[in-house]
Write a protein that binds this ligand. Structure first.
Ligand code: CP
Length: 325
């Protein structure tokens, strides 16, 4: 389903790299199981190279434009680190209010500008579909770094890579997603990606923050075993991956409504007494109280390791879309 932005002047025989070369990364829906596994093979190679040499020149001379209309720590800095580990450079636009966006420049004109100066554009935007809109106006690859409550495809890839590295398998796991499943773009993307691996997914949320019906229907149509709950204790003992999410304050109409739900679930060492010994706790971060810091030293707490895996996955994606993998 990917839209090709391969340079028109390159004859087929000279096209370098695999299926991702020159492609936009907009949604996890564009990835087959084979695509995911090809990305992970390269992410493993990136990990080895970072551990051996730190920085190397695979993307020397290439430029990444990091365009963020919403705050970010991990996605923005890991794409910067990924590009610089690969020998490339970054144009950082993390504060769009200091760019011509504050003068009223449109998204199409902003990305058209940045493609004049860069080889790939990473875009975070508050509106669902913004990355797909941007992709219609440029020939350079756009990587969706989160579009409102829509998707966060590179996060889902790093989440799945974390599961693979931590548990040694991706097939047939029981994954419990907890928290704000309505507004959490990471769970929207990860649940779709897990459909390739016959995961059983338990969705645990307050009634008003349930996983959207259209995503539930999409996953059911793909043959997934799904269940919805208001309480974690019913499903925790059989869980292999507990994926905790933050209640997304910025998506609420009122502070009052947010305050009523923000502490709906808090994971503590006591909670985890009912969990398996061989399981992992993940979180896309930032956390704002839904996992107690007392859990951090539990070996099952994988959320800090998860961030490091993100570096290798994003290095792999940059190398692949730029035809150097
Ligand atoms: N997980 C994630 O997207 O974090 P940031 O918002 O800090 O980028």
């Amino acid at each position: 389903m990917t839209t090709s932005v391969r340079p028109a002047h390159l004859p087929l025989g000279e096209i370098r790299g695999g299926r991702l070369y020159g492609q936009h990364i907009l949604s996890v829906k564009q990835f087959s199981r084979e695509d995911v596994e090809a990305i992970f093979v390269i992410a493993e190679e990136m990990r080895t190279m970072v551990e051996r040499v730190g920085t190397f020149d695979l993307l020397k001379g290439k430029l990444l434009a990091n365009l963020f209309y919403e705050p970010s720590t991990r996605t923005s800095s890991s794409f910067t680190a990924a590009m610089e580990r690969l020998g490339g450079s970054v144009i950082p636009i993390s504060e769009v209010r200091y760019s011509s966006v504050s003068k009223g420049e449109s998204l199409p004109d902003t990305v058209r500008t940045l493609e004049c100066y860069s080889d790939v554009i990473v875009l975070r935007h508050p509106e669902v579909g913004a990355a797909a809109t941007a992709a219609r106006y440029v020939r350079k690859p756009i990587i969706n770094a989160g579009d409102g409550i829509g998707e966060h495809p590179t996060q889902a890839l790093l989440d799945l890579f974390t599961i693979r590295e931590e548990l040694g398998a991706m097939d047939g796991l029981t994954v419990t997603m907890l928290g704000d499943l309505k507004n959490g773009r990471t769970v929207h993307s990860l649940s779709r990606l897990l459909a390739h691996y016959k995961a059983r997914i338990n969705f645990v949320s307050p009634e008003s923050l349930r996983m959207p019906t259209e995503i539930m229907n999409e996953l059911s149509a793909r043959g997934m075993t799904l269940s919805e709950h208001r309480q974690l204790d019913v499903v925790l003992p059989n869980t292999d991956v507990l994926y905790v999410t933050r209640v997304q304050k910025e998506r609420f109409a009122s502070e009052e409504e947010y305050n009523a739900l923000k502490d709906a679930y808090v994971i503590t060492p006591d909670t985890l007494k009912a969990a398996k010994q061989r399981m992992i706790i993940m979180h896309p971060l930032p956390r704002v109280g839904e996992i107690s810091m007392d859990v951090d030293d539990d070996p099952r707490a994988a959320y800090f390791r998860q961030m490091e895996y993100g570096l290798y996955v994003r290095m792999a994606l940059l190398a692949m879309v730029l035809g150097k993998a």
